[in-house]
Design a protein around this ligand. Structure first.
Ligand code: CMX
Length: 465
């Protein structure tokens, strides 16, 4: 019996109602297996019947400018509209909050469980609470798959090494547990890759909270990680980090859900997809994605926002001035005139306020309306779009996801902002790797776009006046 059939067995729960009816929960693996043939046929037909149709053009500007807007990637799990923001399998964030199972068991009563979103992104179906509970139990069980050398390795790292570097090292080291790499080495046929990829993907989801929590506890506390597997994925992660507050659990559920996926072109998701296309296993693919997330123009922006606000507070405190719309405006212009970016503002695709910002703002208004830092973020929001519009360079003067997340964490005493991107990394694994499942299931090929030299471009431009 292979690991996959063990998992499927594990997931199948049977309950007797009044001693007569027997009902079983359709497992994640069964759901995916039932969808697979139709999905494969759909893509093959699309390619065969419409493969030669032109869907866009590429300008020299786009080639030099980071491929903005170039349509060249298939992405199943989410889509980003510049005006509306993200939809996960067609659902907006407020819609997810309405329909996905929560900790209380009632949709709409609290934040969705991360396990609900894993199910949705993988299968495009809204799961029942029962299905989500089986997935929670499976992930808790799979947490024991963390190879025994990983925690000692993390414990040996210097405390001043950035937590994202430690996270990437930890996940790379866990790759010894890859079922996909073993199966590939044993010559498993191509049409079976996806089964082993799914094994790895679920194992990565299961082990990364402990890797992440160990880093947090080592760098800032006593190195002790305490689990509570009676809770859901996010609740258990909060206990491992050392937080025991139901309201913080809810924040973590929201945080982990909204950072999962942002279609394919963002650097962390795209890197995961690119590296995965070489048939690197899901551990190595997502470790590469983490390294992309660690850049200040991407996931590191959430720590930079807190640093920016701290610097602003320190400056005006020293000058005996209040932090208000006027002083924030002054500080923003200082930043811009020094040719630095305002962290947490702007976006490569979005052209409106990020709905991930808006839902965090809603959370703040509900749970901490009088928090001083929350109020500063509100004031920044009231002036920054005007400042950036006046500055005249940015395509989008509105806040993105990173603008708000740190302030909410800070409210609960989670003030170690150098660590914030690790939380983003725990969540982004879900988007990048759910897509990687479909990459393997649909047999997507090695990614290999064409590059050109400047000389080729100049000659082309000359010949095409
Ligand atoms: N502050 C100051 N200048 C900004 C800016 C900001 N917040 N956002 C963009 N600009 C500048 C760009 O640096 C660029 O300047 P140059 O022409 O001198 O190179 C110009 O405005 C045009 O850029 P753009 O088309 O508006 O934005 P890009 O697609 O090039 O970049 C992003 C997008 C997110 C990297 C950029 O807005 C930025 O640096 N924001 C601050 C960092 C941040 O919050 N990143 C997190 C994004 C969300 C995430 O991935 O987690």
């Amino acid at each position: 019996m292979n690991a996959l059939s063990t998992a499927t067995k594990f997931l199948t729960r049977r309950a007797t109602t009044s001693g007569t009816a027997i009902r079983s929960v359709t497992t994640l693996q069964e759901t995916l297996a039932s969808q697979l043939p139709a999905k494969q046929t759909q893509l093959a037909t699309l390619k065969k019947e419409h493969g030669s149709k032109v869907i866009g053009q590429v300008t020299i500007d786009q080639l030099i400018g980071g491929a903005r807007g170039v349509k060249c990637m298939l992405w199943e799990t989410s889509n980003l509209d510049p005006e509306e923001g993200i939809r996960f399998r067609g659902l907006t964030i407020p819609e997810c909050q309405q329909v996905l199972p929560t900790y209380s068991g009632k949709a709409g009563d609290g934040e969705p469980l991360l396990e609900s979103l894993i199910w949705l992104l993988l299968t495009s179906e809204v799961p029942t609470k029962e299905q989500v509970d089986t997935l929670t139990a499976e992930l808790h069980q799979r947490a024991s798959k963390l190879p025994s050398h990983v925690i000692p390795l993390i414990n040996s790292l210097p405390k001043d090494m950035h937590p994202m570097t430690q996270f990437s090292i930890g996940l790379n080291a866990a790759q010894t547990g890859s079922e996909f790499a073993k199966a590939y080495a044993n010559g498993v046929p191509k049409n079976e890759y996806h089964k082993y990829a799914l094994e790895d993907i679920l194992n990565v989801f299961a082990i990364i909270p402990e890797i992440a929590a160990q880093i947090y506890r080592n760098v800032y506390f006593d190195g002790v990680v305490t689990k509570d597997q009676s809770l859901d994925y996010s609740g258990n992660f909060c206990r491992m980090l050392g937080y025991d507050d139901p309201s913080f659990d809810e924040l973590m559920r929201l945080y982990l859900c909204i950072h999962t996926d942002h279609e394919g072109g963002n650097a962390s998701a795209h890197t995961t997809h690119l590296v995965g296309s070489t048939l690197s296993d899901p551990y190595l693919s997502y470790a590469a994605g983490l390294n992309a997330l660690a850049g200040p123009l991407h996931g590191l922006a959430n720590q930079e926002v807190l640093r920016w606000i701290q610097a602003l507070q320190a400056k005006f405190e020293a000058e005996g001035k209040e932090v208000n719309a006027e002083t924030i405006t002054e500080f923003a212009w200082e930043t811009l005139n020094a040719k630095k970016v305002i962290p947490g503002y702007g976006h490569a695709v979005l052209r409106k306020t990020d709905p991930r910002y808006s839902c965090q703002r809603e959370f703040g208004l509900k749970h901490m309306p009088d928090d001083p830092l929350f109020k500063i973020v509100e004031t920044i929001y009231s002036v920054m779009p005007g400042i950036l519009t006046e500055h005249g360079k940015v395509a989008n003067p509105y806040p993105n996801v990173d603008s708000h997340s740190g302030v909410l964490l800070w409210h609960y005493g989670f003030t170690q902002y150098q660590y914030y991107t690790v939380l983003f990394g725990v969540s982004r694994a879900v988007g990048g790797l759910c897509q990687l499942y479909w990459d393997r299931a649909l047999g997507l090929p090695l990614e290999r776009p064409k590059s050109h030299t400047p000389e080729w471009l100049e000659t082309f431009a000359k010949n095409n006046p």
